[in-house]
Write a protein that binds this ligand. Structure first.
Ligand code: FES
Length: 442
């Protein structure tokens, strides 16, 4: 809480205490005050298309089973038995009508209801109450363009209301076809020795690193013009810790790169009837290419070749910065594509995404390597004793007053406005969560 005060003072001066990126107390507080209190992405509906389908995911530090139950409803349930707490499900995905605990054999239906136990009459005299002894369930679950979000608090506003201006951006990115998007293959996951916020903050507005951290991509000519990426970038601050970077792709690569460069025959099948004029103009000139929804959901759609020398194709990646422990995250990389697109084109998009941002991709290696240094310095007795602060003082231009969309539009990406937006939301949740905890203790 003392750190919150220092973060608040620091942000007013364009400074950030370095220990926010790795600290036991901060990490625990984040789990309680952020991840247990707000909407968090857990899975995509296309991963569980049939009744009985399930995937095993995380919500904060907890493993959750995300199911489509026998009635077709989506459920997000804690993966721990109500008898003694053992993990009930040990498969990453599958199809099941029930989950049976490996310890004493209690069973649960795929909607979480308690379903039975061995030796029922002798041990318990009859069945237990199916709701009272069912798996714990996230009280709020909502789906937006196929993306399943859950909240552990009943107090959260409806998802679209919570996202506010960011929902407008979400519609422009993911709502272009009535068949929606689908996850291609399994999401990749790998451990990175960096704090979850390093990824989330970077994707919220850091185009500045591209010409240095990703220089090798430019030298290999894998991505044309990558070292000019920051100079043709803009920022969309959608408020509430949510923001996006846009790129003038037609200017950077070529006029055919409106709408991220989807080939015309596919672009013609997009249904733009629900979008407003500003959204359509944005997708033609400065499409959002990168972004973060607070706390740990990031988005990336950028044209890349699927092999050196090939014509770039857009790939879509969702990156979840899953907290594991202070200074350690598990990075989940989902690749998605519009469901109506032919398999051959989807495969190209998938390969393009893998070459750049798969676990062995050239961009991915660059980013994770530099982020790990932040977690190291954040834990240094030297930096802590000296109160080391990080620099958030780039020269700022104001927001564009002629912008007709929601939120704020910055014609340049310099200024670190969106990073500040991320940290202001972090601070708000950490302070409000503290008040709630205090209230609860009284
Ligand atoms: Fe699950 Fe006992 S812990 S049945």
């Amino acid at each position: 809480d003392n750190l919150c005060d220092r973060v608040e003072k620091g942000l007013d001066e364009g400074l950030l205490p370095v220990e926010v990126f790795r600290d036991d107390t901060v990490f625990r507080a984040e789990m309680e005050r952020i991840f247990a209190r707000t909407w968090v992405f857990v899975a995509h509906a296309s991963e569980i298309p049939n009744k009985g389908d399930f995937v095993l995911r995380r919500l904060g530090l907890d493993k959750v089973i995300v199911t489509r139950d026998d009635s077709g409803e989506i459920n997000v349930m804690l993966n721990h038995c109500r008898h003694r707490g053992t993990e009930v499900c040990h498969h990453d995905k599958g199809n099941a009508r029930t989950f049976k605990c490996p310890y004493h054999g209690w069973a649960y239906r795929n909607n979480g209801d308690w379903a039975g136990a061995p030796h029922l009459k002798d041990a318990y005299g009859g069945p237990l109450d199916k709701k009272e002894w069912g798996l714990l369930r996230a009280p709020r679950v909502e789906v937006l363009h196929g993306f399943i979000f859950a909240a552990l608090s009943d107090e959260v506003p409806p998802l679209r209301e919570h996202l506010g201006a960011a929902a407008w951006m979400f519609d422009a990115i993911f709502g272009l076809h009535p068949d929606g998007m689908k996850v291609i293959k399994e999401p990749e996951r790998f451990i990175v020795k960096a704090d979850w916020k390093s990824g989330a903050e970077n994707f919220s507005g850091d185009a500045y690193h591209v010409s240095t951290a990703h220089l090798s991509a430019s030298l290999s000519e894998f991505i044309p013009g990558v070292n000019q990426v920051s100079s043709v970038a803009c920022a969309y601050d959608m408020g509430n810790g949510n923001s996006f970077i846009g790129h003038a792709l037609p200017k950077l690569i070529g006029p055919e790169f409106e709408f991220w460069g989807y080939p015309k025959e596919y672009r013609d099948q997009f249904d733009l009837s629900s979008l407003d004029e500003t959204q359509i103009e944005m997708l033609k000139t400065l499409p959002p290419t990168i972004g973060t929804l607070f706390p740990n959901f990031s988005y990336l759609r950028f044209p890349q070749p699927d092999r050196p020398g090939a014509m770039p194709v857009p790939f879509t990646s969702i990156r979840v910065w899953q907290p594991v422990s202070p200074g350690v995250m598990e990075l989940w990389n989902y690749e998605l594509e519009y469901a109506f697109l032919p398999d051959e084109f989807v495969e190209k998009c998938y390969m393009a995404g893998q070459f750049g941002f798969g676990s062995g991709g050239i961009f991915e290696q660059d980013d994770t390597a530099v982020w790990e240094g932040i977690a190291k310095v954040a834990n240094s007795p030297w930096t802590r004793s000296k109160g080391m602060k990080l620099h958030y003082q780039q020269k700022r231009e104001g927001a564009d007053p002629t912008w007709k969309g929601p939120g704020l539009f910055y014609p340049a990406v310099y200024g670190e406005n969106c990073q500040e937006e991320f940290w202001r939301r972090w601070l708000k949740d950490m302070k409000e969560g503290k008040s709630e905890q205090n209230g609860g203790n009284q």
